[in-house]
Design a protein around this ligand. Structure first.
Ligand code: HEC
Length: 153
């Protein structure tokens, strides 16, 4: 059980790493590599770094925390609650007054969409009212996204 959970997060890390670059085919290759018998050498370091990544992301989320909470059931503040944002339709919380730009964007948040938006909100969604909080650093964004992905029921 625990081992499977670790492996799951390990794969997540690999996928995120691949997303940072470009191609999805690489992800498939990595998954195949980790499936056969010799899981241990791949699993251990990947599992550890995944935990580190989420922890780093939680720390980096401080720059978002001025506007966003990320806790189940909490009311939105200056920005919408980001708990469970991965997989959610953009602009879909009832307790937040979104811009028409974001609400009408048609985005469903996944790692790639989040990466683009957090890197430069108004380039990703022209007219968004998220006017601060952009993160230029690739690794920092990957960590924040890993943290957001870790937040769900
Ligand atoms: C200055 C306040 C502020 C900061 C700082 C900020 N945001 Fe936002 N964020 C907003 C606002 C306001 C919106 C709503 C945008 C809209 O409706 O166009 C938003 C929207 C979002 C959304 C879309 C959520 C949804 O429900 O569709 C995501 C994702 C997001 N922000 C992530 C982040 C992350 C990650 C950070 C930190 C790196 C961050 N934001 C920093 C104010 C902020």
């Amino acid at each position: 059980m625990r081992k499977q959970a670790l492996m799951g997060t390990g794969l997540l890390t690999i996928m995120l790493t691949a997303c940072g670059g470009s191609s999805e085919p690489e992800v498939v290759e990595q998954i195949v590599v980790s499936e056969p018998g010799e899981i241990a050498p791949v699993e251990a370091p990947a599992g550890d770094s995944s935990v580190d990544l989420v922890a780093a992301g939680e720390a980096a989320f401080a720059v978002c925390g001025g506007c966003h909470v990320a806790e189940s059931g909490e009311a939105s503040r200056a920005g919408p609650n980001l708990y469970g944002v991965v997989g959610r339709s953009a602009g879909s919380l009832d307790d937040f007054a979104y811009s028409d730009a974001l609400a009408g964007s048609g985005i469903t948040w996944d790692a790639a969409q989040l990466d683009e938006f957090i890197a430069n909100p108004s380039a990703a969604v022209p007219g968004t009212i998220m006017v601060a909080g952009a993160v230029a650093d690739d690794e920092r964004r990957a960590a924040i996204i890993a943290y957001l992905e870790s937040l769900s029921e």
